[in-house]
Design a protein around this ligand. Structure first.
Ligand code: GLN
Length: 619
């Protein structure tokens, strides 16, 4: 309903409303009468629903009017049977070939009597007969419960329709006996047929159909309740039989024109699934000669055209998921380092490669990434594959990435996957491809910056052959650069030594600033954010560098928290002492001031480098 206070309507809703208006005058077809109770439905009823895989439902028309699910029950019971027995056992009971016959045709295999597919009555009765349960009552209870998971609410049976079909369903009973004759059903067929009649009489509304379809679109998880209705590995089997057999002897024309897996029922419902996107439910009881709702078919065909939903016409061809590729010579981590280390990174940073990937990783979108990585293997020490912008990853993509990582690791290249923590279930597909020990190494850095920093550290350790870098002479501090020996002595006399243990705060964001910290040993992390949950490590400083320079210079409160990441030793310069230098040793004062400015400039330059790399990324 349009909200009178809200002058705008969702364009999505307006398209559905337009289709509703266009087809509501259509009175072609007839309601089903072969089940006498179905003849009583109001033929004018008409509803259209679209349910998204994030749980939103668009509704137009009579979307809350109950009707019986009928044959739309078949794919869901087939899914339940697959969950109970697996595809091999089910394949012995029922085929997956379109019959080209009517829904009630006796399409059984010539020799084994196996129904050709689970979407026609014969196949559906055979399928219902497979559901594991103690007795018929438990079986229908299990079916009802499963349908309730799909719909996200408890469902009931329309007993009048059930009794009506029980009185008249001789043909289905005959099919049941034929199935018994061929040993497709191994017990008395009567209870299986009875449960089948009951499952067909489950009451749903148009909204339920859309949500049930969206659950299949969402790999079996109801988007609103987040409850799983079917094992994920069986969803594609259910959708496949819907695509080839769901509309009975109109299935070929349907997939040709509408292009999505669907199922209809003689109650007037049609349900269609856009895998990964959304579910559609349409309800209108007048049927064509094949038993499919006339308006529903037209709505789905129009909607498919309007929204370009045909599954063989994907919205875009698979693009590479490569977001950006560079080396540590082009972009360093946010660690501020001494000049000789920075020079070394400019010189040898190309041995550390970073590949940032994005989007949904499938074979087609991952293969170009693999090709890109293979192009630059000469002299490679470390490879970082950053997953921060990855939305999902399938098993095929995981397999080729893990294979490449395995080959590189065998050749002593350090491989890191960063930013993968947010991927949860999908990332596990990748993690499982490594042994526990390898996974612990490969995934040890949650953020790209931390990974890059570690790769740089390893490179610098090798080049400078220092196991535990530390300052041995005051002249090695960046802010002492250019001081003469006697100036250094004066400077040194102003410094006091302080130690911080790993994990200790050196200063906190918001504190008043009195001192400047010169790092003699260890690494200091720079964190912003006052609350633990939004704290972010924005930079770090290592031996020789100053920390806390900004507030020291401008007298503002501390802009960031400084945290000792190792056991840290600092030389501390108090502002009061520094201020005195202005009178007593103006040249030293000016030198320090200039060096602080140079250090802040280097930090700005590092920030600019990050911005530049960010702004020229693809996609
Ligand atoms: N209960 C109905 C029958 O078996 C279901 C048929 C259908 O919806 N096509 O005849």
């Amino acid at each position: 309903m349009a909200d009178p206070l809200q002058p705008y309507n969702s364009p999505v809703h307006r398209v559905l409303q337009g289709l509703f208006d266009r087809h509501r005058e259509c009175r072609d077809g007839n309601v089903a009468t072969y089940i006498p109770e179905l003849a009583k439905v109001d033929p004018e009823k008409f509803g259209i629903c679209v349910a998204t895989t994030d749980g939103y439902v668009y509704e137009v028309g009579d979307t809350r009017h109950p009707f019986t699910i009928q044959s739309i029950s078949k794919p869901f019971v087939y899914g339940l049977a697959l969950d109970d027995h697996g595809p091999e056992t089910m394949a012995r009971k029922v085929g997956v070939e379109p019959s080209g016959d009517a829904f009630n045709a006796i399409s059984l295999g010539e020799e084994d009597g196996r129904p050709v597919n689970p979407m026609i009555n014969a196949g559906a009765i055979a399928t219902t007969g497979q559901i594991k349960s103690a007795d018929a009552a438990a079986r229908i209870a299990k079916i009802l419960e499963t349908f309730g998971l799909y719909a996200g609410r408890p469902l009931d049976i329309d007993m009048a329709v059930y009794e009506s079909e029980t009185r008249t369903g001789h043909r289905n009973r005959a099919i049941g006996h034929l199935l018994r004759n061929y040993d497709v059903l191994t017990d008395d067929p009567t209870p299986a047929v009875d449960v089948y009649f009951r499952q067909c009489s489950i009451l749903v509304d148009c909204r339920d159909l859309a949500v049930m379809a969206a659950t299949l679109a969402n790999q079996g998880v109801n988007p609103a309740t987040q409850q799983r209705a079917i094992r994920p590995e069986h969803v594609e089997s259910v959708l496949s039989v819907m695509a080839s057999c769901g509309m009975y002897d109109s299935s070929g024309g349907w997939i040709y024109e509408v292009g999505m897996p669907a199922k209809s029922g003689v109650g007037g419902g049609v349900l269609a699934v856009l895998p990964g996107q959304f579910g559609i439910g349409v309800f209108s009881p007048r049927l064509d000669t094949k038993g499919n709702s006339v308006r529903a078919i037209r709505v789905c065909a129009d909607l498919s055209r309007a929204w370009q939903l045909h599954q063989f016409n994907p919205p875009y061809s698979a693009h590479s998921s490569l977001r950006h590729a560079y080396t540590a010579a082009e972009k360093h981590s946010t660690r501020s380092r001494r000049q000789q280390e920075v020079d070394c990174l400019w010189d040898q940073g190309r041995t550390i490669r970073v590949v940032e990937v994005q989007g949904a990783l499938s074979l087609a979108t991952t293969e170009p990434i693999v090709r890109e990585i293979l192009k630059g293997l000469a002299g490679l020490r470390s490879l970082i594959i950053d997953f921060r912008h990855v939305m999902g990853l399938n098993a095929a993509a995981a397999a080729i990435l893990a294979d490449l990582a395995g080959q590189l690791r065998e050749n002593a290249v350090c491989v890191l996957f960063t930013g993968a923590a947010q991927l949860s279930e999908a990332a596990r597909a990748l993690v499982h491809r490594f042994g526990d020990a390898a996974a612990a190494e490969v995934f040890r850095f949650p953020s790209l910056d931390a990974g890059l920093e570690a790769c740089e550290d390893a490179l610098l350790r090798d080049v400078f052959a220092e196991t535990e870098p530390r300052i041995r002479d005051v002249g090695e501090y960046e802010i002492a650069a250019g001081m003469a020996a006697e100036e250094r002595a004066v400077f040194e006399s102003l410094l006091t030594t302080r130690h911080f243990v790993r994990g200790e705060y050196i200063v906190r964001q918001g504190d008043e600033a009195h001192s400047l910290f010169l790092i003699a040993k260890g690494v200091v992390g720079v964190w912003t954010g006052l609350l633990v949950e939004d704290a972010r490590r924005v930079a770090s400083c290592s031996v020789g560098m100053m920390a806390g320079g900004m507030a020291f210079i401008d007298g503002q409160p501390r802009a960031a928290t400084l945290l000792a990441e190792d056991d840290v030793e600092c030389a501390v310069l108090e502002r009061s002492d520094f201020d005195l230098l202005q009178q007593s040793h103006p040249a030293i004062y000016a030198r320090i001031l200039r060096n602080i400015a140079a250090s802040l400039a280097a930090k700005l330059r590092l920030a600019d480098m990050h911005l530049e790399v960010l702004s020229c990324r693809r996609g």
